[in-house]
Design a protein around this ligand. Structure first.
Ligand SMILES: Nc1ncnc2c1ncn2[C@@H]1O[C@H](COP(=O)(O)OP(=O)(O)OP(=O)(O)O)[C@@H](O)[C@H]1O
Length: 622
């Protein structure tokens, strides 16, 4: 079987345009599979024993048929035939029962391993650094958690039991042939070169082809997800046609890869059938010759022919499932690629998923393109935000932030203002660790943004507020699982969400998908209430714009001020009256911080801010 060289997938021709999430190299994938076998060795051993006994029982009827043929040829007493027939039925029933038990044992053993893998994959998926998911596209992650794990489930429940059973049957059948006469075994082995050739040719091509197929499917999922989740924006921008074309191109790429996979499978099947033809022909010729020479009975030759015929099915199963095993291997490599590096039995929830580089790139401090380990901060940095010389580019050729320096002292509220596209949200995302700087350093609470310590210190409300499906209480408890109802109500009161009393079942009302829909303003209040429940010392607010002067805007302003009390905050300001109330304002222009100061200072001494302020006032008045 071919094994992929590290770093060869996805190829430029087949990969999604984004930088895909890591794929484990063959050695790491094998190590993981080996650890699974060791963890479940009891079940594996029991299944192997039952499989072998079952395969042996399956040989008995064929041997008995040969004896019955000889008995008929020798005009033996009918009672001998009856006894043989009874033994034949008993062996058939026993073999069938044992095969079923073995299948059950294999499936059960590996279903446990799979359940473990699924849990760990979901856990790892939730811990993949956002910056990495951003680069790879959500579709890749979704495809690994769902599609790839499903491929493995099929492999475990169907392919593995079939392959193990077939392997045991082949071994014992060839042994049985040799037991009849070694020349039968040699004859059947003439099929092997053709089949080995088929398997090798398949192995060479199948790995890359199936990995390309999975990568193309991931890209298609990504494009479809993006089109569906951003449907409103796409409609608003009038770019539906362009998006449809992207989805279509991704679908066509996926279809091409699937067809290529089918071609590889068909070529493989042809070579297998050629092997069967040669093997059976050789055994029949040898049988004819041995019987003629008096070296074997007609019964033995019959048994040999039946054994060879019986061999076709398991060989077919074994070889035809090679592609499923290849597919499963490719899926396992993709799943193991996002798992923490401690193997199946370990439990290190915060370990870095995939390559350690992946997390290091986010957790570490990037200096002139070099990633170095983050260091512990002196305690004086507690609750501060420190942005030093940060440059950031979504697209390598087009930086959107240039050498940004900004320090936010503990307990200070700094408002980010600037024209649309100036880079405010991007700077906020760097502080939350959702994206990593291209150059420079972002420290939160003294630790690199995105590192576990910074992630504990910071909490954010972004423009895309999500209401999780479940009761309102469940949603709020995501921020503080041990909070009692009274504490949840306090948080809601703090953000002015008195509407909770009007809900049909109060805190127990189901909200989110499938539940009561919450208006954007209410959803934002819930997000602020979640924030109030956390112990985050540093808060990043990049809320969606509510119309200035509206009741909703006032309520949300008051809620935000209350939640921010006593915390350090970086607030992306969409209404300039919010900025006026901040301790300090940082004015961004085309990715650069061009001025910082209080509202009054900037109004008096910063021309661009004064212009922005009066433009905003004119806009409100009109
Ligand atoms: N995910 C992304 N991928 C590529 N480019 C992006 C992405 N997000 C933002 N940009 C680009 O980066 C630049 C800065 O965007 P950003 O959203 O940070 O600005 P902003 O000041 O917050 O704007 P607004 O007030 O309109 O939200 C813009 O040119 C924007 O088009």
């Amino acid at each position: 079987m071919s094994t992929p060289a590290p770093g060869t997938v996805p190829t430029a021709a087949t990969a999604p345009p984004a930088a895909a999430l890591p794929v484990a190299d063959p050695a790491a994938t094998r190590r993981y599979a080996w650890q699974v076998l060791r963890t479940h060795r009891g079940g594996v051993a029991a299944a192997a024993v039952v499989l072998l006994v079952g395969a042996f029982a399956g040989l008995v009827p064929v041997w008995l048929i040969g004896r019955m043929v000889d008995a008929v040829a020798a005009d033996a007493a009918p009672s001998r035939l009856w006894w043989s027939a009874a033994a034949l039925v008993a062996a058939l029933v026993g073999a069938t029962a044992l095969a079923a038990v073995a299948r059950l044992l294999v499936a059960r053993t590996f279903e446990h391993a799979l359940a473990d893998l699924r849990e760990r994959t979901v856990h790892a998926a939730l811990h993949v650094p956002p910056a990495q998911v951003e680069r790879a596209g959500t579709g890749d992650l979704v495809a690994r958690v769902s599609g790839d794990v499903d491929v493995l489930r099929t492999a475990v429940s169907q392919v593995l039991p079939a392959v193990c059973g077939a392997g045991a049957t082949i071994l014992l059948t060839v042994g049985g042939l040799a037991g009849l006469d070694w020349r039968f075994a040699v004859a059947v082995l003439t099929a092997v070169p053709l089949q080995v050739w088929g398997v090798r040719a398949f192995g060479r091509r199948a790995g890359p082809v199936f990995r390309a197929e999975r990568a193309a499917a991931a890209d298609r999922t990504h494009q479809v997800l993006e089109a569906v989740t951003a449907a409103d924006t796409i409609r608003a921008l009038g770019t539906s046609d362009a998006h449809e074309r992207r989805v279509e191109r991704a679908s066509l790429r996926a279809v091409d890869r699937t067809v290529e996979g089918l071609r590889v499978q068909l070529a493989f099947a042809h070579r297998l059938h050629a092997g069967e033809l040669v093997g059976l022909g050789a055994v029949l010729v040898v049988g004819y010759w041995l019987v003629g020479a008096g070296a074997a009975t007609v019964g033995a030759a019959t048994t040999a022919a039946l054994l060879v015929h019986r061999l076709f099915d398991p060989v077919g199963i074994l070889l035809s499932q090679v592609d499923d095993l290849q597919r499963a291997q490719a899926a396992l490599a993709r799943v193991v690629g996002v798992l923490p590096a401690d193997g199946p039995a370990g439990d290190t929830p915060d370990a870095a998923p995939g390559t350690t580089d992946a997390r290091a790139a986010v957790a570490g401090t990037t200096v002139a393109g070099t990633t170095v380990a983050g260091t512990h901060a002196p305690t004086t940095d507690a609750g501060t935000i420190d942005v030093r010389g940060v440059t950031f580019a979504y697209d390598p050729d087009r930086p959107v932030l240039h050498a940004v320096d900004l320090h936010v002292a503990a307990g200070e509220v700094v408002a980010l203002v600037g024209a649309s596209g100036a880079g405010k949200s991007t700077l906020a995302r760097l502080v939350t660790g959702a994206v990593a700087p291209t150059a420079g350093t972002v420290l939160v609470d003294g630790a690199p943004a995105g590192s576990p310590r910074a992630a504990t210190a910071v909490a954010a409300v972004t423009q895309e507020v999500h209401v999780f499906a479940g009761t309102l209480a469940d949603d709020l408890r995501l921020a503080r699982p041990d909070a009692d109802d009274a504490r949840l109500r306090d948080a809601l009161t703090l953000v002015g969400a008195d509407w909770v009393d009007d809900l049909p079942e109060g805190l127990r009302t189901a909200v989110g998908a499938g539940g009561l829909p919450l208006s954007p303003d209410r959803a934002q209040q819930v997000a602020l209430a979640r924030l109030a429940l956390t112990d985050a010392r540093v808060v990043v607010l990049d809320e969606a714009t509510a119309e200035a002067g509206s009741g909703a805007a006032r309520t949300l302003d008051v809620a935000a001020r209350r939640v921010l009390a006593g915390r350090t905050a970086l607030v992306v300001v969409h209404r300039l009256d919010q900025a006026a109330r901040a301790d300090r304002i940082a004015l961004l222009d085309a990715g650069r911080v061009v001025a910082t100061g209080t509202h009054d200072e900037l109004l008096a001494g910063c021309e661009p801010y004064a212009r922005l302020w009066s433009a905003w006032h004119r806009g409100r008045a009109s």
